[in-house]
Design a protein around this ligand. Structure first.
Ligand SMILES: *Cc1c(COP(=O)(O)O)cnc(C)c1O
Length: 223
């Protein structure tokens, strides 16, 4: 596998202000190490068990992005080391993350995940739900959470018009929330959107974080 070459090729296509998360779900630690040795430091996993199993096997300067649906009872295992939880879609989950962050005497950065695709199966908030969350007394009292931006997954399609529409929706949600709630902070600045098939369009529409698996590591095997 030409992981190093794949990484180099992708980096050539990404402007320097956009972060590249290598999505290593289903891939063994040896494969991740190969990417690490090619200089990659941000990795993304979508299953808590998998991230927890891999993390101790790999260098400690890796930054782990959690990008999948997270059950509250798994938060405590990620809280000691996770770099950012990109997939927060409820106040209840946020409450749990805050609680575990306190136990670990740290602040945990998070992104709010939005439902931008036409597919029903994908998780995420809509704008009104996010406003309710951000306005709640509960949220405002959380001391150990830092909301750093938004995340979303577009519809699985090659239709560029559909992709642009969904990415620009996420960008406009970001702008709205920034205006309404985060104008005086500079940490609310990330828009995580774009995967192997659509990251160039996502970047044109304002992405600051792309999450790429297949184009780096090849197809995944699900058994
Ligand atoms: C798997 C996954 C990706 C990467 O998808 P590829 O098409 O393999 O690049 C990105 N984001 C999330 C949330 C994922 O689950």
């Amino acid at each position: 596998m030409a992981i190093k070459e794949n990484l180099e090729e992708i980096k050539r296509e990404i402007p320097s202000h956009v972060k590249l998360v290598a999505v290593s779900k289903t891939k063994p630690v040896e494969t991740i190490r190969e990417a690490y040795e090619a200089g990659q430091r941000l990795f993304g996993e979508n299953k808590a068990q998998e991230m927890i199993a891999k993390q101790p096997e790999l260098p400690s300067d890796i930054k782990w992005h959690f990008i999948g649906h997270l059950q509250r009872n798994k938060v405590r295992y990620l809280a000691p080391f996770v770099d950012i939880i990109e997939s927060v879609d409820s106040l209840r989950l946020l409450r749990e993350i805050n609680k575990e962050a306190i136990k670990n005497e740290r602040t945990i950065p998070v992104l709010l995940q939005f439902h931008i695709a036409s597919e029903e199966t994908k998780f995420g908030l809509d704008l009104d739900e996010a406003r309710q969350l951000l306005q709640s007394k509960d949220f405002q009292e959380m001391q150990n959470i830092r909301v750093c931006g938004v995340m979303g997954m577009a519809t699985f399609t090659e239709d560029e018009k559909v992709l642009r529409k969904e990415f620009s929706l996420l960008k406009s949600i970001f702008d709205t929330l920034k205006n309404e709630y985060f104008n005086s902070t500079d940490h609310f600045r990330e828009i995580s959107m774009g995967m192997s098939g659509d990251f160039k369009i996502a970047i044109e529409e304002g992405s600051t974080i792309v999450r790429i698996g297949t184009s780096i590591f090849g197809e995944r095997n699900y058994h």
